[in-house]
Design a binder for this molecule. Structure first.
Ligand code: HPA
Ligand code: ZN
Length: 327
């Protein structure tokens, strides 16, 4: 199913949505933090999505357990480092790991700027130790409002040489892109590339805003683009890629049935769409699972799946030379 002759990448992967239940449990024991259940076995189902949630916000609540145990920088280092081990275990050749400094720092009021530094150190060490190429994407968690996001941005920009891009995640419905124009201008001026969660909980206008107001060259999820043919054409003509995460889209109830996922329509229309995991530990999936969904449920053949792998490389926030080196 995976073409081993081609690089395997995952560019939409939340480091803070990929903390293994075992690590959450162990860190909770170490720091005396209460979790549901009396054992790892009892706790694990609480930390993973079962079937489908009611909406994006219900899905995102599941990520709260992971960040609730980040009691100190050792814990932050551990979960960041383990993310690279996990990328290796999932056979990834290259991954862009994204994280929200505020979300990771908030439970124990850790210094956000230092947190960015610790995550970068841990991921760099993991990248060396496991032989997986990585880059980091900083996230502004829109759910916490514009002021917190500005502080979050400053923490990210303090280490802008260690972060390749900026993303906007969280509650898309209640915190539209229009509120974050200044943040993204500042990030672009500092040389960061831009990807934005859009068209997941809101409609196609949210994707237009991500592109026109925030300068996104990639769109996270982008499911709602299916409703706007002009937008689909625009994505093709301007090579704006869609980071597709089918299982996540089902679990957040963005789509009601996995068979209705627009991946096929995007692909056939010529959009540079590719497969990603989003929050693998919380969704209880790996990247191979997403290729399996594409093949077995959405009817992609081997050549089409290879093209999806190539689309991922094309969309990567890497120089042409770095992309070549992945082959
Ligand atoms: N959408 C918005 N925010 C997120 C997501 C998502 O799918 N995953 C983790 N944070
Ligand atoms: Zn995401």
């Amino acid at each position: 199913m995976i073409n081993k002759q081609l690089p395997l990448v995952d560019l939409h992967r939340h480091l803070d949505g990929n903390i293994a239940p075992k690590s959450v449990w162990e860190l909770a024991q170490k720091h005396n933090i209460e979790l549901p259940g009396n054992s790892l076995e009892e706790f694990t189902p609480h930390a993973q999505i079962q079937g489908q949630t009611s909406d994006l916000l219900a899905f995102l609540e599941k990520l709260d357990y992971g960040v609730s145990v980040l009691a100190d920088f050792d814990a932050v280092y551990r979960v960041a480092y383990e993310n690279v081990a996990d990328a290796k275990a999932q056979q990834l050749d290259y991954t862009e790991l994204r994280f929200s400094p505020h979300y990771m720092a908030m439970a124990f009021n850790l210094d956000m700027t230092e947190l960015v530094n610790v995550v970068a150190d841990a991921v760099a060490a993991g990248s060396r130790d496991f032989g997986v190429k990585t880059n980091l994407i900083g996230i502004l968690s829109r759910t916490f409002g514009t002021e917190t996001c500005m502080k979050e941005l400053d923490a990210i920009l303090a280490h802008k040489d260690k972060v390749i891009a900026l993303d906007l995640a969280g509650d898309e419905l209640n915190f539209p892109a229009t509120q974050f124009v200044d943040h993204f201008k500042k990030a672009r001026d500092a040389g960061l590339q831009i990807t934005v969660h859009a068209g997941e909980a809101a409609g196609p206008e949210s994707i237009w805003d991500a592109i026109n107001l925030l300068g996104a060259t990639r769109i996270g999820h982008g499911v709602a683009a299916i409703k706007d043919m002009k937008l689909m054409d625009y994505l093709v003509e301007n090579t704006i890629s869609i980071e597709s995460c089918p299982t996540s889209n089902y679990q957040t109830a963005t789509i009601s049935d996995i068979r209705q996922h627009p991946l096929r329509t995007f692909f056939d229309h010529g959009v540079n769409v590719f497969l990603n995991t989003d929050d693998p530990a919380v969704s209880n999936i790996d990247i191979l699972n997403e290729y399996k969904v594409a093949q077995e449920i959405l009817g992609f053949n081997s050549e089409e799946l290879s093209q999806i792998q190539r689309n991922g490389v094309k969309a990567a926030f890497l120089s042409d030379t770095e992309k070549q080196a992945l082959f």
